[in-house]
Every structure is written in C-alpha cells, then in structure tokens.
Design a protein around this ligand. Structure first.
Ligand SMILES: *[C@@H]1O[C@H](CO)[C@@H](O)[C@H](O)[C@H]1NC(C)=O
Ligand SMILES: *[C@@H]1O[C@H](CO)[C@@H](O)[C@H](O)[C@H]1NC(C)=O
Length: 192
C-alpha cells in the first residue's frame, strides 16, 4: 500500500527495422538523384546528362552497394534486441544520413567535378581495394555477431574469432564497432 510506481513516457515508438530502412533508403535514393542529375539540382543544360569520368560512375556503384548492403543486413542479418525506439530519433538520424549523402553527392556528381590528379588512377585503385576489404570485414563482423544470437532470442554472448580472418579483431576487442568504417573514405570522398 505504500509502494510508489514511477514510469516515464517515452513517447511514440517506432520499430528499429523501420528506422534503419528509412535511414539507409534515403541516402541510396538521394545519391541516385544527383547521379542522374535530375532537374533543379544543377543548371538546366545538365539535366539527365552523365559524367565523362569513370570514377564518378565507380563512386555511384560503391555508394549504392554500401547502402544496399546496409538495407539487406537490416532485413536479413541483424537480430535486434529492442523492438522499438522513440519516434523522434528517426528525424535526428535521417537529418544526419540524408544530409551528408546529399552533400557528398552534390560535389561528386557535379558537372564541373574533376577526378583526383596528384596520384590519379593509382589513388582510385588503392582506395577501391581498401573499400572492398573493409566492406567484407564489416560484413564478417555482422555475421559473427548474428551467429551469437539464436533466432528470436535476446541473448548476449562474448564474441570470439571464428575461422574467418576478418573476425580475428575479436582477439583485441569485443565490439569492433566502426573498425572497418575507416574504409568508407575512398575516392577522396566520405561514403560513411
Ligand atoms: C557496438 O556493437 C555492439 C555489438 O554489436 C552493440 O551492442 C553496441 O550497441 C555498439 N555500440 C555502438 C556505440 O554502436
Ligand atoms: C559496419 O558498417 C556500418 C555502417 O557503415 C557501421 O554502422 C558498423 O559500425 C560497421 N561495423 C564494423 C564492425 O565496422
């Protein structure tokens, strides 16, 4: 009879999966709008023209691949322990992701863009290799973490290296969040 019950209203909730899909779907579509130079972004004479630099097309492939991977991982790899998060978070997160995607895409796909000159194609090739290496590393960690949690459960276990060398980083840290993120700056751009 003397107990007091406190509770906190966290406001409207939205599922994590919805948040992730909105966060990652936006940059994918926004980037492509700049890539295809839809009207009202650059001068009208450039509408629907394509860049003559192959690195611009490569950047579009890398960017799209990155976000497709994140979307597919959200749907098929990650096992979320929390069902929902506050609705307001989606506005905060989307401002960040969508804003940066548009900012990058504007310059990379600009009709006056010039490819890197100092190290030229060498720079692009090395950046691409690092990019691919880190995408595989990132994916490996996500698979390893997924396998620690049986379907439908919320268990948390300590991750250990598996046979996949990309997961050997678990020898040093248990949550190598963002370890492979360093790669997402290839081609002189930040794809993170
Ligand atoms: C880092 O990764 C772990 C395991 O996936 C996760 O529980 C944790 O929330 C992550 N931390 C951040 C800051 O993202
Ligand atoms: C993998 O990439 C995603 C998205 O860029 C990032 O949130 C995550 O922390 C990265 N994980 C690792 C292990 O680098």
């Amino acid at each position: 009879t003397t107990a007091t019950f406190y509770f906190r209203d966290l406001g409207a909730q939205i599922s994590w999966v919805t948040v992730f899909l909105t966060e990652y779907g936006g940059p994918l579509l926004l980037y492509l709008m700049f890539y295809f130079r839809v009207p009202f972004i650059y001068a009208p004479k450039y509408d629907f023209t394509t860049s003559k630099h192959w690195v611009v097309h490569l950047a579009c492939m890398c960017h799209s691949f990155h976000y497709l991977k994140r979307l597919l991982e959200t749907l098929f790899v990650h096992r979320f322990s929390h069902g929902t998060m506050p609705l307001r978070n989606i506005f905060k997160n989307c401002t960040y992701y969508w804003g940066f995607a548009a900012w990058m895409a504007y310059y990379i796909n600009h009709p006056l863009y010039t490819p890197p000159t100092i190290y030229g194609e060498q720079q692009v090739r090395i950046a691409l290799i690092i990019f691919l290496f880190c995408q595989v590393g990132n994916f490996s960690i996500h698979i390893a973490l997924r396998n620690l949690r049986p379907p439908g459960s919320k268990t948390r276990k300590i991750p250990y290296p598996t046979k996949n060398p990309f997961t050997w980083i678990f020898l040093l840290v248990s949550c190598p969040n963002y370890t492979y993120e360093v790669s997402l700056r290839p081609l002189g751009t930040d794809l993170g």
